[in-house]
Ligand binder design. Structure first.
Ligand SMILES: [Zn+2]
Ligand SMILES: [Zn+2]
Length: 352
């Protein structure tokens, strides 16, 4: 079968590889319907290795070349043993977290911060291929009302829902989302699904404003032309938003989020960069604000699927194109060259 494999920086190839055989104990084989590309994939392509390791991964032993792809839906075609809620033929989304199941964090249920954790598509072969082997516990059944395309978007949406949960969004809250790329839009959708009454968005790329509005933004501001802190302050009874969610990882943006919060407010930082935050700590201490990190998701993918099925979350605004897997190499190059007009592109493996 064809598989899009990471060989090195700016070197991804469509290779002909063996399809998975009988799944090892604890695993299943999924025939992939759709797989989305994300910023993590592009970062590995343009600047990696980052999450991909050149030495064998401590949990999986995998090393490059490695099949990418961790945001996907498909159909179970083989199982090593029965598993609750799933059988061969079931439509599934997959939680791509690979976990040891034994460390202190796994044992308390925080598998997403497992001490030895990794992800399918980075620490083991992923879903940019027709078939992928996955742990049984990662299978998330897809309700009939949710299409395969929407199910493939459940993973990035789970990032947004998890950030809204980490930040403690409550019904009726005012929320400021910083950045309107795919994760920022997922945060808007997640905050709305958590009951936010107003969601303000800061995003300098004008082309992204319309999608933010469709996702549920109350108002979208361009931080290069207006004082976002002041505009949101005026719209929140001169209090500031109770919650902010950063989807950029940029220090000046996180600092804006901290300073914009009302007293006692919380900001969840979901954007990942290696930047250093330089913030006046009085902005945190004197107003008793909380800063927390938000990494990926933790049992959030089934919640997202349930919300989509119930009509309380519509991820279709994220989807900008569907292409065959055979276009994968060109698509990586195109997105790495900057395709700001694209949010989420799904690749569809074909029978080969
Ligand atoms: Zn991703
Ligand atoms: Zn663990």
């Amino acid at each position: 079968m064809l598989a899009l494999r990471w060989h090195g920086r700016e070197d991804v190839r469509l290779d002909d590889v063996d399809a998975p055989g009988t799944p090892p104990d604890g695993s299943a084989v999924v025939e992939v319907a759709f797989n989305g590309l994300c910023g993590t994939d592009l970062h590995e392509y343009g600047h990696g290795p980052n999450m991909i390791r050149l030495d064998p991964h401590p949990l999986t032993g995998a090393r490059p070349p490695i099949t990418m792809g961790h945001e996907f839906s498909g159909r179970v075609v083989a199982m090593s043993r029965p598993w609750p809620g799933v059988s061969e033929g079931s439509r599934v989304a997959v939680d791509p977290c690979l976990t040891c199941g034994e460390c202190a964090w796994c044992l308390r249920g925080d598998y997403h911060i497992c001490a030895r954790g990794g992800s399918l598509g980075l620490a083991a072969d992923g879903a940019l291929a027709r078939f992928v082997t996955v742990p049984l516990r990662s299978l998330c059944p897809v309700p009939d009302a949710v299409s395969d395309e929407m199910a493939a978007l459940a993973e990035p949406l789970a990032v947004g829902l998890h950030a809204a949960t980490r930040a403690g969004v409550r019904p009726g809250d005012s929320v400021l989302v910083l950045g309107a790329g795919p994760i920022g839009l997922a945060a808007v959708l997640g905050a709305r699904a958590a009951g936010a009454a107003a969601v303000y968005v800061s995003e300098p790329v004008r082309a992204r404003h319309a999608a933010a509005s469709v996702a549920g933004a109350t108002e979208v501001f361009d931080p290069t032309s207006v004082d976002v802190r002041r505009e949101v302050f005026l719209r929140t009874d001169r209090l500031g938003p109770r919650v902010a969610i950063d989807a950029t990882g940029r220090p000046e943006v996180v600092d804006l989020g901290i300073r914009s919060l009302q007293r006692g407010g919380t900001i969840a930082v979901a954007g990942i960069t290696d930047s250093v935050l330089n913030t006046d700590l009085r902005q945190v201490v004197l107003y008793e604000r909380t800063i927390c990190g938000s990494l990926g998701y933790n049992f959030d993918i089934p919640r997202v699927l349930g919300l989509i099925a119930a009509g309380q979350l519509d991820p279709s605004c994220l989807l900008t194109d569907v292409r065959p897997l055979t276009d994968a190499v060109d698509t990586f190059a195109e997105l790495a060259a900057g395709g700001h007009h694209h949010l989420k592109i799904l690749l569809r493996p074909e029978e080969n």
